[in-house]
Design a protein around this ligand. Structure first.
Ligand code: BLA
Length: 241
């Protein structure tokens, strides 16, 4: 269902950046579960480039039971730009949730004016995908912008509306990175490294997918996937799950 999204993202990234594959820890790049009614495959990809410290995305294909496309793009810490967050889910073809955002690393006015305000025009084109749904797992005021796309929708709308919005957000994010001014001062780099690490910590501790990973692939694999790949800069607290 979201394979065209993945193809589009890959093509855009390969056209723009000089990508080098980043290693994925042993056994986490791919897994197959026979536990459910239909087999579930999870596969992940990871790259880096001079502009991007980490680009990772994952596809879960469990046939009609589940289709998931999830990804995070982290800029090189010489850039304070937001991370690009993508989370497209479909369960049983009925429960379809799409989330996409330029996720701010800082919340001060100057930062929001620089990186978030310019998203407004684009956001306005997709008002139907900005549904102001309440968040159960996350805090909308942390690491989300006011211009996030967040919608419960259906398969037809995914093709007709979500795909163009996705393309627009991806292109706009790539432009943002291409135009970003690097700051190589150690103090600035360290501040951004810390902010990206805090993002990983926050995300790992709240990830709503842990249960899904556990049910398909077991708790041990789920923990490793979360802390060694998805949010590898987070530290796992004892008995966090
Ligand atoms: C919600 N994301 C969810 C849910 C699942 C996932 C199962 C809960 C759906 C529900 O029952 O309501 C799935 N999350 C995943 C998967 C991965 C993952 C499969 O990390 C990893 C492969 N989530 C992100 C990113 C964003 C994001 C990068 O991982 C940013 C755009 C957003 N996901 C996001 C939001 C919700 C969500 C905002 C709703 C959560 C809430 O209600 O608090």
């Amino acid at each position: 269902m979201y394979k065209p999204f993945q193809k589009y993202l890959e093509q855009a990234l390969f056209e723009t950046f000089e990508l080098t594959p980043s290693p994925i820890p042993l056994g986490l790049d791919r897994n197959v579960s026979e536990r459910g009614r239909s087999p579930a495959t999870i596969q992940s990809w990871c790259y880096r480039s001079p502009e991007m410290r980490k680009i990772r995305y994952t596809y879960i294909d469990a046939g009609e039971a589940a289709q998931v496309f999830n990804g995070v793009l982290y800029p090189n810490p010489c850039y304070d730009a937001p991370v690009l967050g993508i989370d497209f889910l479909s369960f049983g073809k009925k429960k379809i949730l799409v989330v996409m955002d330029f996720q701010p690393l800082f919340r001060d006015e100057a930062y929001l004016a620089k990186y978030i305000e310019p998203m407004g025009e684009m956001y306005d084109r997709y008002g139907d995908l900005a549904q102001n749904l309440g968040m159960k797992f996350y805090d909308a005021n942390q690491y989300f912008s006011k211009y996030l796309l967040f919608a419960k929708t259906d398969e037809a709308t995914v093709a007709s509306r979500v795909f163009p919005a996705f393309q627009d957000y991806v292109q706009s994010y790539i432009q943002l990175i291409k135009q970003a001014e690097p700051n190589h001062s150690p103090a600035s780099v360290e501040r951004i490294v810390a902010a990206q690490k805090a993002y990983d910590q926050y995300s790992a501790e709240r990830d709503p997918a842990h249960g899904l990973f556990t049910s398909y692939f077991g708790a041990e694999w789920a923990d490793r996937f979360l802390y060694e790949f998805l949010f590898e800069d987070a530290v796992q607290l004892a008995a966090s799950h």
